[in-house]
Design a protein around this ligand. Sequence first.
Ligand SMILES: NC(=O)c1ccc[n+]([C@@H]2O[C@H](COP(=O)([O-])OP(=O)(O)OC[C@H]3O[C@@H](n4cnc5c(N)ncnc54)[C@H](O)[C@@H]3O)[C@@H](O)[C@H]2O)c1
Length: 202
Amino acid sequence: MTDRLAGKVALITGTGAGIGRGCALVFAQQGAKVFGCDIDADRARATVAAAGAAGFEMDSAHPIDLTKAADVQRCVDQVMQRHGRIDVLVNAAAINPQFAPVAQMSYEQIWVPTMVGEADIVFLMCKAAWPHLIASAAARLSTLPRWPPCAAPKWLACWLIAREKCRARDDRQLAVEGGPTRFASTPSPQDWSQLWQPPPRG
Ligand SMILES: NC(=O)c1ccc[n+]([C@@H]2O[C@H](COP(=O)([O-])OP(=O)(O)OC[C@H]3O[C@@H](n4cnc5c(N)ncnc54)[C@H](O)[C@@H]3O)[C@@H](O)[C@H]2O)c1
C-alpha cells in the first residue's frame, strides 16, 4: 500500500462491478476516501465488504440510478455530507450498449437506451459534481470510453469512432472549462492518440 491518494475524496461510479469496482479497491488501497455508487445494491455492498475485508474504509450509495438526475444529485449530496468535498470523479458506470444493423435498429428500444447508458450517465454526474470538483484544490476527472467490438459493421464502427471523438472533445472541453482552477481532466487508459486528432484549423 502507498499513500499516493491520501486525503483525497474519490467519487467512483459503477463500483458494483468491473472497472468501477477495481478502481474503488485500488483507490482505497492508495489511501483515498472512496465513495462508490451503483444501481445494483447487492454488488455495491459486496465491493464495500471487499474493501473492508482488505482493511480499507469505503462508503457507497445504492441503489442509485445514474440515468436519473435526482438520483445523481442524491449521491453527490451524500458524498458532500460525508466528506465535505470531491477531489476525484471516476465515471465508470455504464449500461452495456446494444448493437444492430442500422435498418433494424429501433430508435426507442436500442438507440436511446444506448445513448442514455453511455452518454447521459456521464453528463449527469459531471454536471452534479462539477461545482465541487471546481472547488477542490486539485480535482481530477476520468471518464472511460467504450471502443467498438472488432466484429462491428463498418458503419457502426464509424459511428462509434465519431462518438469517441466527441467524447474526447467533451473531455478536452471539461479540461478547458476547469483549467483556470487547476482542474485536470485525465485521459482514459486507452491510447487517445489513435482515437482523436485535432480538427484542422481554419
Ligand atoms: N471492460 C473493458 O475492457 C473496458 C475497457 C475500456 C473502457 N471500458 C468502459 O468502462 C465502462 C465500465 O466498463 P465495465 O467493464 O467496468 O462495465 P461493467 O458492466 O462490468 O460495470 C458497470 C457497472 O455500472 C453499473 N451500472 C449500470 N447502469 C447503471 C445505472 N443506471 N446507474 C448506476 N450504475 C449503473 C452496473 O451495475 C455495473 O456495476 C464502460 O463504459 C466501458 O465501455 C471498459
